[in-house]
Design a protein around this ligand. Structure first.
Ligand code: HEM
Length: 245
């Protein structure tokens, strides 16, 4: 194995551990954080099934963002929608044989990359062009956007210009999963793409990208509006109540 392969193999195992371990830790933290008050954003559903529907609309359609800002909604939905199709297209690198539906979406995934990059460009432009957003933008806001844009553009470069050897790449990717290691293709665009992806995996659990799992734990979204029917009492308050008696 070359030093390059050792580096990329090690990097991907490290990045996977950081991503899975970091996310598990963060999700545990979110799950343990007390929500002592009933604070759903009203008008809110009064039943659990209503809450599930509301959450589904929030996650799939970005409902509350649509109500608050049409431009951010448009760029946000373009980016996330494009990203979803692109990632589904990538499943083919990690399986043999490839599922039929993954084969089916290949051409869509190719062009979804432009939608993803257009969405990112819009979201980034807003951080320069809208005064009040520029004022509150931190370096990490810009860096995450740059990282995602770098991944998208290096991917587009490979798909539409400097083609990489997909057979070799697939041997490398499958080798990571099956612990039967193969050389990483020595190809500039691919090495940049993979390095940026690993970086994204490592920073994910310590970045604003945590909004993805975080939305499910937001009390303003995941609570039902039923305080008149059921008394809301946090576990720690219930414990205090028992001691007082
Ligand atoms: C956050 C994760 C990733 C994102 C956002 C991403 C994004 C993209 C995009 C936008 C493209 C161009 C459109 C396309 O061909 O699908 C692309 C192409 C590509 N990506 Fe990724 N990628 C990611 C992870 C990976 C990983 C883990 C691998 C390696 C296993 C990989 C390997 C490739 C290859 C080989 C191409 C070129 C495909 C071709 O020429 O047909 N990507 N990527």
């Amino acid at each position: 194995m070359t030093a390059l392969t050792v580096f990329y193999t090690g990097l991907f195992y490290f990045a996977s551990l950081a991503l899975v371990g970091g996310l598990a830790y963060r999700i545990m933290e979110y799950a343990r954080t007390p929500a002592p008050l009933k604070i759903p954003t009203t008008p809110a559903p009064t039943t659990t099934s209503g809450v599930v529907m509301r959450m589904a609309r929030e996650v799939v359609l970005f409902e509350s963002l649509f109500k608050s800002n049409k431009w951010i909604w448009l760029f946000g939905i373009l980016f996330h929608g494009g990203l979803a199709v692109v990632l589904l297209r990538h499943i083919r690198y990690f399986q043999q044989p490839v599922w039929d539906w993954v084969v089916f979406i290949q051409p869509f995934g190719k062009y979804a990359s432009f939608i993803m990059v257009a969405g990112l460009a819009g979201l980034w432009a807003r951080r320069f062009l809208v005064d009040r957003v520029r004022y509150i933008s931190t370096p990490s806001d810009h860096l995450i956007l740059a990282l995602l844009l770098g991944i998208g553009l290096s991917g587009i470069c490979m798909t539409f210009g400097a083609h990489t050897d997909i057979v070799d790449l697939k041997a490398f990717a499958l080798g990571l999963v099956t612990f039967d290691w193969h050389p990483v293709p020595d190809d500039g665009a691919l090495l940049i793409h993979l390095f940026l992806v690993a970086l994204l995996m490592i920073v994910f659990p310590v970045s604003k990208l945590l909004h993805a799992p975080g939305v499910f734990f937001s009390p303003t979204r995941n609570q039902s509006d039923n305080p008149r029917e059921t008394r809301h009492i946090a576990p720690w308050a219930a414990a205090l109540d028992r001691t007082a008696k």
